[in-house]
Design a protein around this ligand. Structure first.
Ligand SMILES: *Cc1c(COP(=O)(O)O)cnc(C)c1O
Ligand SMILES: *[C@@H]1O[C@H](CO)[C@@H](O)[C@H](O)[C@H]1NC(C)=O
Length: 331
């Protein structure tokens, strides 16, 4: 399904054993001298560190808003994990193409049908298939999409000798998942956008007043691309996320104890992975997840909560959050 959408978009997709295996393959393929990147998923930075070992001190990192030069690639995650401002693909595509470099877009948070990075000038599109493509929190996969079949052939040969192809069970699970991608993702996006708007109303309600039964002063900030303002270059995330805004977003509670307690007061949002009894840090699956970000990212604000919205009834999710926020207000 996504393959055919990408085919319309003149892309050729290839799968890998994980998102990070795909990230490594992309680096081997692109052979950058410098990588322009800012923040984003910490695992990709660790993969870049592994790649640097093979090239000595030869590879350096720069910020996406520094001057580019020949030999650079730009690695753009959009929407970006965990806050997810959307970044302007077209702007960075034009900037890197001027020096003859390539733009890779990590579109994990904007899977089809939300966002098609080729339309805005991306050269390589990357997805962690573990998230929305898989959608059931039961497989690892990565995807690269390139426009030129010659590049696809190179990736295909490299993949054989990197040994990073998907196993047959995972491939079978992925084919099952892709049958519902077009149903799951728009639903998740729609519910997440409505929840983000609802939480935003709570965040702007002063202490002492209520919004929809929830006392103000508990949620202090909400990030979502539906709440993002048009920037000074005129970039509006709406034009890039044609199929809806991303279904994973974050907010801050007013205090640290509130952030500690909130995940445990919910019934619909999964907190613990039942298999490993660890915080459920993945995202994109059919069950909604809630995570205190500090558990998986030691650098995160201790009040930061990330929600990955699943396919449950919106009213059930909202009522669940409401009762949990009400309980927090009482303690
Ligand atoms: C999860 C994730 C990855 C890495 O994918 P894995 O399949 O877990 O290896 C890369 N980028 C982003 C934005 C992610 O969320
Ligand atoms: C997308 O997801 C991130 C991840 O937590 C969230 O913080 C952000 O607000 C969302 N971004 C957009 C652009 O909607």
């Amino acid at each position: 399904m996504f393959y055919s959408r990408y085919t319309q978009d003149e892309g050729n997709a290839i799968t890998y054993s994980s998102g990070l295996a795909a990230a490594y393959a992309a680096l081997v393929f692109l052979q950058p001298k410098r990588i322009a990147i800012r923040g984003g998923y910490h695992g990709c930075h660790a993969t870049i560190d592994v790649f640097k070992k093979t090239r000595g001190a030869d590879v350096t990192l720069i910020d996406i808003d520094e001057e580019f030069e020949a030999g650079d690639i730009c690695w753009l995650e959009t929407p970006v994990n965990p806050f997810g401002d959307s970044r302007d693909i077209k702007y960075y595509a034009e900037k890197i193409h001027k020096v003859g470099g390539k733009l890779l877009v990590d579109s994990t948070f904007g899977p089809p049908p939300l966002q098609y990075p080729f339309k805005f000038g991306a050269d390589v599109v990357f997805h962690s298939g573990t998230k929305y493509f898989g959608g059931h929190s039961d497989l690892l996969a990565g995807v690269l999409v390139v426009k030129d079949i010659k590049d696809w052939n190179t990736l295909h040969v490299d993949r054989t000798y990197l040994g990073s192809m998907m196993g047959s069970l995972e491939a079978w699970l992925m084919l099952r998942s892709l049958k519902t991608l077009h149903l799951r993702v728009p639903r998740q996006s729609e519910s997440a956008t409505a929840l983000a708007q609802w939480l935003y109303q709570i965040s702007v309600t002063p202490a002492g007043q209520q919004y929809d039964g929830v006392p103000g002063g508990i949620v202090s900030q909400v990030w979502h691309s539906s709440l993002q303002k048009v920037d000074e270059r005129g970039f509006d995330p709406k034009t890039q996320m044609e199929g809806g805004f991303n279904a994973t977003f974050s907010f801050l509670t007013a205090s640290i104890p509130q952030a500690e307690q909130l995940p445990h007061l919910l019934h619909y949002f999964v907190v613990w992975s039942i298999v490993f009894y660890q915080p459920a840090t993945s995202l994109g699956g059919v069950e909604s997840l809630i995570e205190r970000r500090l558990h998986s990212d030691p650098g995160a604000d201790p009040k930061l909560i990330r929600l990955s919205v699943g396919v449950e009834e919106f009213e059930d999710l909202k009522n669940d959050l409401r009762q949990a926020l009400q309980q927090l207000a009482e303690v």
